[in-house]
Design a protein around this ligand. Sequence first.
Ligand code: ADP
Length: 306
Amino acid sequence: MSSVVVVGSLNMDLVASTKMMPRAGETVIGASFQQIPGGKGANQAVAIARLGGNVRMIGTVGDDGFGDTLVEALNKDKVDTASVRKENDCSTGVAVITVDEQANNSIIVIPGANYRMTIEDIDNCIDQINESDLVVLQLEVPIEVVKHTLVKAKELGKYTILNPAPAQYLDNDIISKVDLLIPNETELEILSGITIKDQNDILEAGRKLVVSGVKELIVTLGEQGCLYLTEKEYKYFKAYKVNAVDTTAAGDSFVGGITIGLMNGLEMDQAIEFASKVGALAVTKQGAQSSLPYLEAVTQFEGELL
Ligand code: ADP
């Protein structure tokens, strides 16, 4: 069976729920507190593993307790963590999230060890990359690490998937090494420099990226589904109708779904339909890794299209 390497972030999400957000200088008594494993890299690795994929994570955690907890969570989900390095005298990546009763949130992300990842970490894992068929990346680790990984992966003839989140502008050196780019609407806007107001703008922005060297593009559009675009064709796919309670990790689960679909030899159309089911199921549950569905739930899901 084919295998995949995810190069990316591991974060602990620290979620404080409160009736009212504190203003500057104010202290409030909150309602509850949760610690949920997250980080786009780890989320995507877990999404792939829960869908039955053979996946290895390359990333960095700090030498605090959070790092061990995150690695244990990945191990529990059968993600291979032999290439997750522990950085000394450094905090693990955390996202400090405050959510009020109206579901407004404010978030501070402290990258910590994720930003201590280096190109040597990638070179040290080159055999593992070579043994895999696909390489999946996001943008929560240093950009030079993303670039180096893409260069090495393409030298080794691997299929590369980049989820360009959080949004940031990327130069052509990076874009041209990506086989499949999966941005959401906001990320597409920043990557293309085109303000998106309607479907025509999405197509125009997508075409600009394809012209700059992306071979295949999937723009995820939340409950509007997604757009698939190449130099030759484009096609819209609808989302599935579900009772959405929390859209956290919708994108991460979708990327996991596409990856596993391609690993299993599905055509892109079928992989997108599968990933749309995965994304739909993820929004029916709270949290990041806590919301990622297992293969059984996806195969049993007989969703209706929106
Ligand atoms: P991101 O989390 O990166 O912003 P999106 O919100 O675009 O990603 O979601 C990714 C995919 O998940 C969508 O293309 C869609 O298939 C599915 N999805 C997201 N939100 C919903 C929803 N409310 N109902 C059904 N499917 C959804």
